[in-house]
Design a protein around this ligand. Sequence first.
Ligand code: BJW
Length: 240
Amino acid sequence: MKISNTAPIVILTGAGISKESGLDTFRGNGGLWEGIRVEEVASPIAFQKTPDIVHSFYNKRRERLLSPDIKPNAAHYALEKLEKEWPGEVLLVTQNVDDLHERAGSKNLIHMHGELLNARCVSCHHIFLWKKDMDTQSICPNCTAVGALRVNVVWFGEIPLMMDVIENALINAALFVSIGTSGNVYPAAGFVQVASRSNDARTIEINLEPSLNADQFSKGYYGPASETVPDFISKLLDNI
Ligand code: BJW
């Protein structure tokens, strides 16, 4: 593929990129958490009604993320290489709340759905690094409120983070690449349309299988991310 080597690139990643690092996806086989659909735990109403269930969901995922066997895979590292070697701007937007892109060294990164290792106090609005379990008795380190802490992620019905920066980057992108996401959740599932309509960007999907909106992309590459992403990026960098 030939695009100008100063062209701005936007990459969107989803749960599929972290699957081979040992983190479960949300949907599909093995993608459910103890028989509960993510839509039933990842919402402010669920947190209001059953905070223990929601805390438990995130405590288990936080513990898993912090276990020593969880590491970035070749796809995370390939994206870091792209950011370092591409002469134009590369913005990495992830829907993932894990920190595997940071661990691989990516810097120009937006966590549009928040971060699992951060807690937010709904009383004083402070955000903290939080690596231990959280429950309804957890105390805010800033205002000392009891039970006001929640994981700092974006649930259904909440507004994803830094949308103005993301939309601006999509409008100006010459290449948009979506990796490891099923296309079930908006606004991320609509990014391909924003990029292709605004600037006639090339749009590429890289996934294990065609996503729900696969027909909206110029091209798709299918297979495990740890193989397809490094392969795609080395071809892109070879063309500089
Ligand atoms: C591999 C692989 C391998 C596997 N290699 N690939 C009707 C129509 C349109 C929209 C709506 C609607 N009704 C409601 C809405 C809005 C709603 C929404 O989208 N609902 C849908 C269910 C329809 N969206 C929202 O509420 C969002 N907010 C919003 O819209 O605010 C309004 C607003 C927007 C913009 C500006 C101003 C205002 C908020 C959405 C928040 C989503 N939150 C979650 C939880 C985050 C915390 C947590 O992690 O627990 O985010 S839900 C969950 O889904 C999580 C993920 O980031 C997100 C996407 O999942 P993802 O990454 O796609 O994972 P999977 O499992 O679905 O797919 C994995 C893929 O990988 C699969 O395709 C596999 O094949 C593939 N794969 N192994 C490569 N080795």
